[in-house]
Design a binder for this molecule. Structure first.
Ligand SMILES: Cc1ncc(COP(=O)(O)O)c(C=O)c1O
Length: 377
């Protein structure tokens, strides 16, 4: 039977993610458009973005936070290009985005002494094999496999290497152990449903020390340059972005922060993501045709929940069925963009971050069952 109740908001994409409940373009009406971002009111808004993001994420006072170009990718690449090469690096990857950073380091940043710690979709590599003498590059939450690290216990407090953490689908949804992380990046388009444009880069004092004491052997484009004459350019972390930001995106992000603060801050954001993931899990347990890609609940994401078909005997048929399900649900305005990532095992990926309402996850389940039946070849 076709369900009668649709999710009020069918946006379950894993990026750009659903806007905040109640969002409308009217929130952008006060944006500082046509003005220089270097004017006093322009800089004030950029400083506000930094200070309020820092407070919301409960960052240590001695960490720098800046707005950078190129969304999360820009922030991670800035860090890799600027910091790597001083010592060996352990590259962790267990899905597409971690694999992308492996490609960057091994193919673009030569010569770097690297070790690969990899695992297939659905699993984590051996975190205990990470060497604290070396740098470490990893994603906190693997958006395309729905596998996250369970905590930061595997990171040594007295490490000599730096930890570079792509936290774009973890920030604002999971607790990050700041003392274990030297570089943390995220974008605006993910967990708070901001507009895609800019990235944010957080640096520990040790990361700053590396920047000021080490010059990589490869050229650094202007967009990546955080030091001048061996000293950190502090302005980047005080609202003086390297290049021109979109003040429309800035305005949207300020409203995202408003919403997050209003509902109760980081704890409330994490609780909403947890409640969404739990509601989806209740449905998965009932559905016999689908299961979690991350079999172990301890490493299962509460944002990008990835599911695979229970019968995996015919990958081609499953890929076709995934596409058919996604198309049917889009046509019904019941769910948008829920197909598994193109390099992941066929199945579904459903964003459960804080901007999604739990009632919409609950309303989605019957539609998924309906689409499964309808897509029977
Ligand atoms: C873990 C991770 N890293 C990097 C990216 C790329 O982010 P962006 O497109 O915002 O640069 C994504 C986007 O989904 C992601 O989930």
């Amino acid at each position: 039977m076709k369900p009668t109740r649709r999710p009020a908001n069918p946006c379950f994409s894993s990026g750009p993610c659903a806007k905040r409940p109640g969002w409308s373009p009217a929130v952008l009406s006060g944006a500082l458009l046509g003005r220089s971002h270097r004017s006093a009111p322009g800089t004030a808004r950029l400083v506000e973005v930094i200070e309020r993001s820092r407070t919301l994420l409960q960052m240590p006072a001695d960490y720098r936070l800046g707005i950078v170009a190129g969304s999360d990718t820009g922030a991670v690449e800035l860090a890799l290009w600027s910091l790597l090469g001083a010592r060996g690096v352990d590259l962790l990857s267990w899905e597409n985005f971690g694999e992308g950073w492996v490609e960057d380091v091994t193919r673009q940043l030569k010569p770097v002494d690297y070790r690969l710690l990899q695992a297939p979709y659905g699993k984590l590599p051996d975190l205990e094999a990470v060497d604290p003498e070396r740098d470490t590059v990893f994603v906190w939450n693997g958006t395309t496999s729905g596998v996250r690290v369970p905590n930061g216990d595997w990171i040594a407090t007295d490490r000599r290497g730096l930890t570079i953490c792509d936290a774009t689908s973890a920030a604002f949804a999971m607790r990050l152990p700041w003392d274990k992380l030297d570089v943390v990046t995220w974008s605006w388009q993910k967990a708070l449903g901001g507009e895609a444009a800019h990235g944010m880069l957080a640096l520990s004092p040790r990361a700053v020390e590396r920047l000021e004491s080490y010059t990589p052997p490869w050229p650094l484009p202007k967009l990546f340059r955080l030091t001048s004459k061996g000293k950190l350019i502090e302005g980047v972390f005080q609202g003086e972005t390297i290049n021109t930001p979109s003040m429309l995106c800035v305005e949207d992000w300020l409203f995202a922060l408003d919403w997050a603060e209003r509902i109760g801050g980081l704890e409330a954001l994490i609780a909403r993501a947890d409640a969404n993931a739990a509601a989806l899990d209740r449905w998965v347990r009932r559905a016999d045709w689908i299961e979690h890609l991350a079999a172990d609940p301890a490493i299962r994401s509460n944002t990008s929940v990835c599911l695979q078909f229970a019968d995996r005997s015919d990958v081609e048929a499953n890929t076709a069925r995934q596409k058919a399900i996604a198309k049917l649900l889009e046509a019904e305005d019941a769910a948008y963009d829920i197909g598994a990532y193109r390099d992941a095992p066929p199945g579904l990926r459903i964003w459960c971050g804080a901007t999604v309402d739990t009632s919409d996850i609950e309303a989605l389940g019957p539609w998924l069952d309906w689409a499964w039946e309808q897509s029977r070849p």
